[in-house]
Design a protein around this ligand. Structure first.
Ligand code: NAD
Ligand code: G6P
Ligand code: MN
Length: 442
């Protein structure tokens, strides 16, 4: 039996914390814990979350688990075993600016894609590098399991500054796509061995092998996707923007029926459609603030005022379970398979080896073992990926070198941008809006 683990959540006040802790508690046989520490730079959000988690621990009979919340990195990280990282530098208010500034100039306004994603990347790199630095200092043996976005950009930055770090970068989107497909078309996702490649939020399935059926079910799923759209899975029920995103998967699969695309490719393949349909005054950030964020505050308020019943109210699908599976896979050498964001190093043989890619990988006690796809990928995907990788690398260069020129090149090369003129206008406006967060560019 493993020793009881100490888990620190970086970005403790995140709206996703309850889902992650719930998954930790549901798996206490494989991931026994002695302590949960919430670390955040926002004391109020962290306190609210501590109330919610304390309520949950008591309700689930885990009162023996020590819970703390702190803004002090030394207290948060010293001696911890796992760090689950999910910070959002600048919060939803800055996400709203990312989305609205881009949209105002006729470009895709999105959290992780397009120029909104690049603006977020420039904020997020510093925040995450700081967390990694704390872990190196206070808990050098700990594993960092990272969900902090935008994943491709922050992973590239961490790889440059902390090359040997024990860190896994993961995204829940492939699991969410698989759940939605399986729910709609009557499969059991747990039977699937999926093969997929790309960059984060920018990839394609090549095979979905179903162990119980003994065959690759991707061709039949492609047929279904092209003839009927999917309904969102229960955890996204009633969320029209996720419904729209999954509808776009059918559009993309109809036009390019060789693979199943990640839904996020809509921002690069059909930016004109996305912009046309967007509400420039009420974007996804507004929906999240009025939804998930408000809901979290309400849970804390109920607990504060002594409510005991119907307090906990969240459902993020497999998001929490996925990251907990990574932790248990390391702890118990389980060798589970995940889609992970890793340096390419030949995994995709005909793509530059220093790209940060998303591919299947097995996780065990010694860390991450990505698979090699062995086959070269087709030119259509390779061309799109190469441009995007170059844009992301230029952005990371801009961050470390403080280079305006590199930032402008990155913004211009982003696949959602049609002209250097508009790239420059948006960059200048983003610099102004992000004064507090970006390094100075000259
Ligand atoms: P949120 O704003 O609700 O929570 C983020 C928390 O991070 C806030 O409490 C904030 O105060 C804190 N924070 C900000 N900067 C910090 C810093 N420098 N150090 C410590 N804490 C800091 O955001 P959310 O919607 O819960 O999302 C959290 C993060 O998880 C985002 O980066 C989001 O993009 C990411 N996310 C990733 C995936 C994925 O699949 N990879 C899925 C969902 C969310
Ligand atoms: C998926 C993606 C995440 C992204 C999130 C956005 O889970 O994998 O990377 O952050 O969606 O969701 P939201 O509800 O904040 O728009
Ligand atoms: Mn993601």
């Amino acid at each position: 039996m493993n020793k009881k683990q100490i888990i620190t959540i970086a970005g403790g006040g995140s709206t996703y914390t309850p889902g992650i802790i719930q998954a930790v508690l549901n798996n206490s046989d494989r991931l026994p814990i002695s302590e949960i520490r919430l670390y955040d730079i926002d004391g109020k959000r962290n306190e609210d979350m501590a109330l919610i988690i304390d309520f949950m621990l008591k309700k689930e009979g885990h009162s023996d688990v020590v819970l703390s919340s702190t803004e002090n990195p030394k207290e948060a990280f010293t001696g911890c075993d796992f760090v689950f990282s999910q910070i959002r530098v600048g919060g939803m208010k800055m996400r709203e600016k990312d989305e609205k500034i881009a949209l105002k100039h006729g470009l895709v306004g999105q959290e992780t894609c397009g120029l909104g994603g690049f603006a977020y990347g420039m904020r997020s790199m510093g925040g995450l590098l700081e967390i990694v630095g704390y872990v190196q200092e206070y808990a050098p043996e700990a594993w960092i399991l990272n969900y902090t976005n935008p994943e491709s950009i922050v992973s590239e930055a961490v790889r440059r500054q902390f090359p040997g770090i024990k860190m896994i970068n993961a995204c829940d989107m492939t699991i969410s796509i698989e759940e939605t497909i399986a729910d709609n078309y009557g499969y059991d996702r747990k039977e699937w061995v999926s093969t997929y490649y790309g960059l984060n939020h920018f990839g394609w399935y090549t095979e979905i092998y179903d162990k119980s059926l003994g065959r690759d079910v991707m061709p039949e799923i492609i047929e279904k996707l092209t003839s009927q759209t999917m309904k969102v899975a229960d955890f996204n029920e009633g969320d029209q923007s996720w419904q729209d995103a999954f509808n776009m998967m059918s559009v993309m699969t109809k036009d390019f029926p060789t693979h199943i695309p990640n839904n996020y490719l809509e921002y690069y393949l059909y930016p004109d459609m996305v912009v046309e349909e967007a509400d420039k005054n009420y974007t996804r950030a507004n929906m999240v603030m009025d939804g998930r964020e408000k809901n979290t505050k309400e849970m804390a308020e109920k607990i504060r005022s002594g409510v005991k019943e119907d307090v906990l109210n969240f459902n993020f699908g497999e998001h929490g379970q996925y990251i907990v599976d990574m932790a248990t896979s390391i702890l118990n050498d389980e060798h589970r398979r995940f889609m992970l964001i890793v340096p390419n190093r030949g995994a995709i043989p005909n793509l530059r080896e220093d790209a940060v890619v998303e591919v299947p990988a097995y996780v065990g006690a010694t860390g991450v073992e990505p698979i090699s796809l062995r086959q070269p990928i087709p030119d259509f995907h390779k061309g799109l990926m190469e441009a995007q990788v170059a844009a992301e690398k230029l952005l990371v260069d801009a961050y470390f070198e403080g280079s305006y020129q590199k930032a402008l090149q990155a913004f211009t090369l982003n696949q959602s941008v049609p002209s250097a003129r508009v790239a420059k206008i948006v960059l200048d406006e983003m610099i102004e809006a992000n004064k507090e967060y970006w390094p100075e560019l000259s």
